[in-house]
Ligand binder design. Structure first.
Ligand SMILES: Nc1ncnc2c1ncn2[C@@H]1O[C@H](COP(=O)(O)OP(=O)(O)O)[C@@H](O)[C@H]1O
Ligand SMILES: [Mg+2]
Length: 541
């Protein structure tokens, strides 16, 4: 059968299990613990391979819950009925260039046994991983298979438990497939958009600051930059909806994230809208991806602001709750126009919007709903026409004590140092998108740096080889043809071990993770952000 067709049936089968994005369950957790113990590895997972991502129903020793399918080892494991064993990924042509090998989590060893759905399709795999090469004894492999069989039993049980309406509900899984397709489209468009926006936003910001231009021209340029900023928000939304992010859930202090987001949120609300944050003195922590939590806050706040065309007050409140689940509740409360029963009913549908064209996308709450569902949380709506709206999100608490370190103080640095963000060091800029590269080079030259440019990693390596003076820093795209940014940097460091690095990337769909500790900017890039990051990186060397 045609491969795509087989995959379509496989995906439909996977969808009918209604398992993707469900909260962790102890039965599955024990299987991965057993698998890691049997194989003697630190990491193991039950990976389900969806249309364009792999998602872990259970995992240990891995700090993300889903990643792009393109780089998933498990996608290879489901090609056949036998276990796939990769003794050393670096000496295996299929995986040597894989981003999960070259960057975090630095996979060297992988063994995965396919998992069949009750319908007979290979929907995923039970896998064990390690950061050093290994071999598995036949007895260990047999145990891995036995555990994979056990997962199949758990899936069958799950299917038996599903209400018949859900199990046989075609519209349900067709909807899921349609959403995946939409997501893929949205994510793809957003990627190209981000490159264009870097240029539009970048130049209009630069020109708006050019004092040689008449004031009215500068004002008009600011309008262009404002529109660019709105477009940037929209692409973020599309990326979030299209799930084009590598998720990194961590223990987060909600109140701290809310406080950190306030300046951004204030810039997003209409003039005349006042925004306040209130929180418990000693809040619990939740286990979530920071970018996703910010996405929730942005979507709810912008909606609240849109509901108050004549201005008013928005309160973002975070507090501990024990009901209906133990967790942290975030209320976004507005005094706006409220919603009718009909709007309340359709609220979470993708593309449902009551706003005029150009204002609403109808993706905001669909995205929030997806994130909350995936986190095992709850979403509660209180709203009546004319009486304002309270949108409440409850995210389950975690007892994980480790807290993410606060973000680097780039914003603060820019505030403090303003124009003094330049320098005289030598910087190599590598990006295969010419317009983005030229823009970055221009910003850096204006700030006083000596800039070398290259459109490919290969040329960049040549420049480095021929350079008579050391290069102080490399600014590089992450995803490029032939060689990834991190890999190119690795080679450059063979010649200049002390070179500083800043990565920029459009989106993480190809899943090239950036090595830990390397500063990283998302496109579209603002000039100040670029200069600030480069200056800090140079100073930290
Ligand atoms: N705080 C709110 N007050 C009134 N209506 C709201 C509020 N939040 C959401 N809505 C309604 O839900 C619809 C869908 O919201 P959303 O998914 O964020 O899409 P969008 O904001 O692009 O329209 C909105 O168009 C609006 O009718
Ligand atoms: Mg919205």
């Amino acid at each position: 059968m045609d491969k795509l067709l087989t995959d379509r049936d496989r995906l439909a089968d996977l969808a009918s299990l209604h398992i993707l994005d469900t909260p962790p369950e102890p039965e599955f957790d024990s299987v991965v613990r057993a698998a890691a113990a049997v194989a003697g590895t630190d990491a193991a997972a039950i990976s389900l391979v969806a249309a364009h991502r792999q998602w872990f129903k259970a995992s240990i020793g891995i700090d993300f819950v889903e990643s792009p399918r393109a780089s998933a080892f498990c996608d290879h494991a489901i090609a056949g009925d036998e276990a796939l064993v990769v003794t050393d990924a670096l000496s295996d042509a299929r995986f040597a260039e894989n981003p999960l090998v070259l960057g975090a989590p630095h996979v060297r060893f992988y063994a995965g046994h396919p998992i069949h759905s009750p319908g007979g399709h290979r929907v995923g795999s039970l896998c064990v991983l390690d950061t050093t090469p290994r071999v598995l004894e036949p007895a260990q492999l047999a145990s891995l298979r036995a555990l994979a069989d056990h997962v199949e039993v758990l899936l069958q049980k799950r299917l038996d438990r599903l209400p018949t309406s859900a199990a046989g509900d075609d519209s349900g899984h067709h909807r899921a497939l349609r959403l995946e397709a939409l997501g893929r489209l949205a994510g793809g468009v957003a990627h190209d958009f981000n490159n264009l926006l870097t240029v539009i936003l970048g130049y209009s910001e630069l020109l708006a600051l050019d004092t040689r231009l008449p004031a009215d021209v500068q004002d008009e340029l600011r309008e262009v930059a404002n529109a660019g900023t709105r477009a940037k928000r929209l692409t973020r939304q599309l990326l979030a909806f299209g799930r084009r992010q590598v998720l990194r859930p961590k223990a987060l202090d909600v109140a701290e994230v809310v406080r950190g987001s306030l300046p951004l949120l204030r810039r997003m609300v209409r003039p005349g809208v006042e925004l306040q944050a209130v929180s418990d003195a000693a809040p619990w922590r939740i286990h979530a991806d920071r970018v996703q939590l910010e996405q929730i806050l942005i979507n709810l706040t912008v909606n609240a602001s849109d509901a108050m065309p004549r201005g008013g007050r928005i309160e973002v409140r975070s507090s501990k709750v024990r009901e209906p689940i133990e967790g942290v509740r975030i209320d976004v409360i507005d005094e706006g126009e409220g919603m009718t029963a009909e709007v309340r009913r359709r609220l979470f549908e993708p593309f449902f919007t009551t706003k005029e064209e150009g204002r609403g996308t109808g993706l905001g709450l669909a995205t929030v709903h997806g994130i909350v569902e995936q986190s095992g949380g709850r979403l509660i709506v209180h709203s009546e026409p004319g009486r304002g709206t309270t949108m409440s999100v409850i995210l389950p608490r975690t007892t994980d004590a480790s807290v993410e370190p606060p973000r680097s103080g780039i914003g603060k640095l820019i505030e403090e140092r303003g124009d003094a963000l330049g320098g005289t060091e030598r910087i190599l800029v590598v990006d295969d998108d010419a317009a983005v590269r030229v823009f970055m080079a221009k910003v850096l030259r204006r700030a006083g740096y000596t800039v070398l440019e290259s459109g490919t990693p290969g040329d960049a390596l040549l420049i480095v080889e021929k350079a008579s003076e050391p290069i102080d820093l490399v600014v590089s795209d992450v995803v490029m043809r032939r060689m990834s940014g991190p890999e190119m940097v690795h080679r450059i460091r063979e010649r200049w071990p002390d070179v500083g690095v800043v990565h920029v990337s459009g989106y993480s769909s190809q899943g090239v993770p950036v090595p830990d500790g390397v500063p990283h900017l998302d496109k579209p890039i603002a000039a100040a952000e670029l200069l600030g990051t480069i200056r800090t990186t140079l100073d930290d060397r």
